[in-house]
Design a protein around this ligand. Sequence first.
Ligand code: NAD
Length: 245
Amino acid sequence: MTLSGRNAVVTGAGSGLGRATAIVLAAKGAAVAVWDVNADGARETVATIQEAGGKAVAVTADVADAGSVTAAAARTHAGLGPVTVLVNNAGITNYAPFTDLSQEVWNRMLQVNLTGPFLVTQAFVGDMLEAGWGRIVNISSSSAQTGAPSMAHYAASKGGVIGFTKALAIEYAAKGITVNNVPPGFVDTPLLRQGFDPDQVAPSMPMKRAGQPEDIAHAVAYLASDEAGYVTGQTLSVNGGRYLA
Ligand code: NAD
């Protein structure tokens, strides 16, 4: 399985799952634009890829801001050329009992986790239509499959990502563009550690361990490959058996 000759964008690639995904895509031959609102994180990911002999560029971008996305897409096109692999991974989380959930917090969650993928996908789907080939992988969440207390806003945003995935998959099925989503469950990253201790979660998992970022990255790389060309609109749950879709 090779991604040689493909140009990819991974959002939120300055940390966690996005970083691992950018590294795996680059190791398989893709040139990767490492997008993150955290410029230092993006640069560290790029340095890791380049040290391993891969090609990557760091792009500072806030996926929740239309102007920032437009500027970042222009920098990406200037640095790499047309993009035909897009991983919408950037996301935030926080926890609030439903009655404490302010509209401001609700809106911000949807803005980053759902409007972000909308804006970034609009910025690159034209490249894919022109190429007659494209791969869009959206990172959703097992919390949208199972529900989760104090996460109504997060689960709603990720449920939206799953619906967005299915709608685009049908819209572009005849155009050579596949659109799938990966809902991780309990993967050891800084985001997970905001709410959970991975060691405490492990005993409740069928595989008796939290996930590692690479577990997600390899699933994304498969969905980005030629070999996954007949797979679209799907939810590929990578969760150690936590939830069986
Ligand atoms: P992380 O916090 O390690 O990484 C997220 C990255 O996204 C950070 O580098 C952050 O700077 C970036 N980011 C945040 N807001 C952004 C914005 N507006 N624009 C651009 N970049 C932004 O978290 P992670 O665990 O690697 O999460 C990655 C994705 O996986 C998220 O969408 C998250 O919701 C999802 N997810 C993670 C888990 C898990 O167990 N870790 C479970 C389910 C879903």
